[in-house]
Design a protein around this ligand. Sequence first.
Ligand code: ADP
Length: 326
Amino acid sequence: MKKVNNIAVLTSGGDAPGMNAAIRAVVRAGIYHHLNVYGVMYGYKGMLTNDIFPMESKTVANIIQRGGTILKTARCKEFYEPEGRKKAYENLKKLDIDGLVVIGGDGSFKGAQKFSEEFDIPCIGLPGTIDKDIAGTDFTIGFDTAVNTAVDAIDKIRDTADAHDRLFIIEVMGRDAGYIALHSGIATGAEHVLMPERKSEIDDIINELQANERRKKLVNLIVVAEGDEFGGANGVVKHIKERLPQLDTRVCILGHIQRGGTPTCMDRIIASRLGYAAVEALLDGTHNVMVGVVNDKIAYTPLTQAVKAKQSIDEEWFKIIKILAS
Ligand code: ADP
């Protein structure tokens, strides 16, 4: 097996809390194995512009608890093109880099897959996305923090909703996947959760709101993923206002607060385990895979299969929401 000496790590695509903990783990595990570890700034862009620097153990001191990513992240158009990837390869080759760890989402994995097919630098992907929608892993770095941020915010909204007897429609992130909506909705006792994976019957929601109004249950929370069929909270409120103009209704879009903040214990642990496992994989020749966690065990998925997972959500979840919020 070819010996690995020099590895590089980068964060790419959408940022997620816990990416710093993953960078730290890659750097420290690499140094433990006597590897030289390089950091690439701004994702693939830094590979093209040669924004690459040597990292030491102390470079990653005091970052495990910090949101964002010290390596910054970016999108890079040139990396979609073979010439762009060649330029990136040449810069890595100048430093004799023989392993690359990419922390990002499915787009970043597609880039890593192409790069590893074209050149002799093995790549390992680590799932870093708040959406938890990547095949081959039960968790992604950032999801737990994002969901907890949403829960904190929704709890606060419930207080004000309760004071005024209001219906609140709260939009959380999730263009293609509704896990943040589903988990935060259940954890805050929302009456309804609307998400892209499932068609919602607006008539049923209206009927239920009317029934609640009759029995003087005026505080209602509806949690909506931004990519639901009505186009997020503003789309949902339009339907409800048309039919129930008498209800005191407000919309709250949580937005980018869900990407920031101190990573939770869970995200730090996942990031630490995955970062460590990425270095082990490079060393033992398990190349061009995404490292994930399945049933609490480290699992490897070929980068070609580490795609956005469009999962059908078990109806049981919605039964739970309905029964517990009634
Ligand atoms: P995420 O990793 O969060 O899904 P993006 O989809 O924006 O984010 O991908 C991040 C970067 O990965 C892109 O800006 C691009 O540089 C690279 N990338 C994405 N898809 C491809 C692809 N099909 N081929 C080559 N590079 C890609």
